[in-house]
Design a binder for this molecule. Structure first.
Ligand code: SF4
Length: 504
């Protein structure tokens, strides 16, 4: 009989969440590097280069890969011959580990969890509670998988009850283009097929933790329906041409996972979950001999890459007018320097509420750019912690009121804008740029100073003013309304030529 001590379990969980905040799994880096070398789309290649460079910097600096350090998830298999030296429940033990990891002094992680999700939505302060799944299995060990899933990719989770005769391939190929780039590709898709609705979802989540092995599968050939589906979907999803960050290109997914389970004769439940560029999971086993120790990957696993910024246009944010930005074209690469405001969901809502009450805003937005971000807290000599872009479409409904009433001329975020937002950008001669989702530590190195200007009570959502130097962004919607997330994937889908391009 093995005895697991409370402190060993808690410390192992805490160490694992710290570990995954700055180490990508080595298989993700290996396959992303291979995809980078194959990629022919310059924009997608550039985005992948930023993700790779960011990943290495995070591994070296022990700071988060992405500012969204995720919802904490744990899958635990408990051997039936295990005894516990604790009075706490397993969920409480995991929560204590999460609390310790997210409030670590040397590498604090962002607390993204909010209580009262349809009410006050108040931060729990330490990213607890985790979502813990437990299974009792034969044996005398405890196997733990922890994962941190960002909101951008979790929000794109899909579930359907298909008819038994429906095609899962058709369903996936219809649904993936509607997910846009909010889930920060290139990543992975994981499907759970069969069982009941909740079983399908859990299988899909579980599949994300499996090693990337699509090329091994290709080489040895499929041995069952799930493996056939993996290969077919891998080829067809990549043929959609969505590409890294939705910019159009050859690699949208680095692997597709399929797990299945028997189901009811009348049903075909299917769950689809994306895993983003910030793929984060770790596995460990406790056998009663003490806390788990996770082997850090070797830095030799990361390619030595330099970013090529030679073709980017340098922009002085402090002297910009609408006339200047009118010449920018969708797809163009820029290096931003100067003063950049920040604000995201809560700040936008508050600004729009103030304007509708006739109140003056605390910050003059005339001829300014705003960056949608919620940074991680700074440590040591950092100006700001990792500060990548958040999903811009959540701010779409604020674009018209803000552009029409404040003089703001530009926005920076990640992934595509909806039609209403694009229309407003065109109407007001503004622009929308993207920074690379999953390159948060790299972006933070462009930020030379930071101060809170307003709404300090909103914490990471406060309005800040960053002083940036050569911050790399891409024009995603130009002042004529041309949108790279529309044109890029359409061009690459046609170029790959395996799936007919829908005429719209
Ligand atoms: S890479 Fe993108 S989807 Fe993933 S956690 Fe970061 S911002 Fe969210």
């Amino acid at each position: 009989m093995t005895t697991i001590r409370q402190e060993d379990f808690i410390q192992s969980v805490a160490d694992a969440f710290q570990f995954i905040s700055y180490y990508h799994p080595a298989d993700y880096i290996r396959d992303l590097w291979a995809a980078y070398q194959r990629e022919e789309s310059p924009a997608a290649r550039d985005a992948m280069a930023q993700i790779l460079v960011n990943s290495r910097m995070s591994a070296e600096g022990h700071r988060p890969i992405c500012q969204d350090t995720g919802i904490s998830i744990a899958f635990i298999k408990v051997g039936m011959d295990v005894r516990w030296d604790t009075k706490m429940s397993l969920a409480e033990l995991v929560n204590e580990g999460v609390r310790r990891a997210y409030t670590d002094k040397d590498n604090p992680l962002r607390a993204s969890m909010l209580a009262d999700p349809d009410g006050k939505r108040v931060s729990t302060g330490d990213n607890t509670p985790a979502v813990t799944h437990v299974e009792l299995v034969p044996g005398d060990k405890v196997e733990v998988i922890v994962a941190a899933k960002g909101g951008g990719s979790e929000n794109k989770s899909k579930f359907a009850m298909l008819l038994p005769s429906d095609s899962i391939v058709d369903w996936v190929l219809n649904i993936v283009p509607t997910m846009g780039a909010d889930w920060c590709p290139p990543g992975m898709l994981s499907l759970g097929i069969g069982g009941s609705p909740e079983k399908a979802m859990l299988m899909a989540k579980w599949g994300m933790m499996e090693p990337l092995d699509i090329y091994e599968l290709k080489a040895r050939g499929p041995s069952n329906r799930a493996e056939e589906l993996r290969l077919e979907l891998f080829e067809k999803v990549n043929a959609l041409g969505i590409g890294a960050q939705g910019l159009g290109g050859l690699s949208t997914v680095l692997d597709v996972k399929v797990n299945d389970y028997p189901t009811h004769a009348a049903s075909k439940p299917v769950a689809l979950l994306p895993n983003c560029a910030a793929t984060r999971h770790a596995h460990f086993v406790l056998d009663g001999s003490g806390p788990a120790s996770l082997d850090p990957p070797s830095l030799a696993d990361w390619p030595r890459l330099e970013l090529d910024l030679s073709t980017s246009r340098r922009v002085d944010l402090d002297r910009l007018t609408k006339a200047d930005i009118a010449s920018w074209k969708a797809g163009e690469r820029l290096l931003l320097s100067g003063k950049l405001l920040t604000g995201r969901d809560a700040a936008h809502k508050r600004m729009v509420d103030m304007m509708s009450r006739g109140e003056q805003l605390p910050v003059d937005l005339t001829n300014r750019f705003i960056y949608y971000t919620g940074p991680v807290d700074a440590v040591r000599d950092e100006v700001v912690g990792p500060a990548g872009p958040t999903t811009s479409s959540r701010m779409d409904k604020f674009v018209e009121p803000v552009l029409s009433r404040t003089g703001l001329i530009g926005m920076v975020g990640k992934s595509e804008r909806g039609p209403m937002a694009v229309e407003s950008i065109k109407k007001h001669g503004a622009v929308y740029c993207i920074a690379v989702g999953g390159a948060a530590y790299l972006v933070s190195k462009s930020i030379r100073a930071s101060r809170v200007l307003a709404f300090e009570d909103l914490g990471m959502e406060a309005i800040r003013e960053f002083e940036v130097r050569d911050m790399p962004v891409i024009v995603a919607v130009d002042s004529t309304g041309d949108a790279v997330h529309k044109t890029g994937p359409a061009q690459w889908r046609a170029r790959i030529g395996k799936i007919p391009v829908a005429v719209v």
